[in-house]
Design a binder for this molecule. Structure first.
Ligand code: ZN
Ligand code: ZN
Length: 179
């Protein structure tokens, strides 16, 4: 999706559009393991306006992906919503000014020419929304390190010397806790 710079005025306007998933899925698949795969386009809602030469974009992405659980390897639905804000300044202000204007809650970037391409920004936000390790649920028990069964579905009866690693964590916490 592209916006014509001349169409961005001081009066805020709203826009909703789908961002195609194919390029984002390609980027999600670049690592050694494919953690997530989008099921369809990313839904984007956006408000945009101008103040002087700076362009302000504020909105939210909504996406649905299939995740591949890092513990049990099962697939699961991973919906995400993520708000975003961008300020875009004309490239003529220079790189030093960009460094000075970056802040934690605001993405600051440059535009040149008479169009703003929103796709790289939406791709960036989607990758950030899916930057966490995929886990099918908070208490996923994963696979047995001995026999490989899915411990969410079966209790295999294997015993390991170390016992349940999660209990080991609790025990070490107890030791460290002051009296
Ligand atoms: Zn799992
Ligand atoms: Zn087992």
């Amino acid at each position: 999706m592209r916006l014509r710079v001349d169409d961005i005025t001081a009066e805020a306007r709203e826009l909703a559009f789908p961002e195609p998933e194919s390029e984002i899925n390609r980027m999600l698949g670049v690592g050694a393991v494919r953690d997530y795969s989008l099921e369809g386009p990313v839904k984007v809602t956006l408000t945009y306006y101008r103040a002087g030469t700076e362009l302000f974009l504020q909105g939210e992405i909504s996406a649905v992906a299939r995740g591949s659980c890092a513990r049990c390897a099962e697939e699961f639905d991973a919906p995400r919503m993520r708000p975003f804000r961008y300020v875009l300044a004309p490239r003529s202000i220079g790189d030093d000014a960009v460094a000075a204007m970056r802040s934690e809650d605001l993405e600051f970037t440059l535009y040149d020419g008479d169009e703003v391409d929103l796709s790289p920004l939406i791709r960036e936000q989607t990758l950030l929304a899916y930057s966490t390790l995929p886990v099918c649920r908070e208490d996923c028990r994963g696979l047995c390190p001995r026999c490989g069964v899915n411990l969410n579905e079966t209790i295999c009866g294997c015993r390991t010397e170390a016992g349940d690693p999660r209990l080991a964590v609790l025990r070490s916490l107890k030791v460290r806790r002051p009296n």
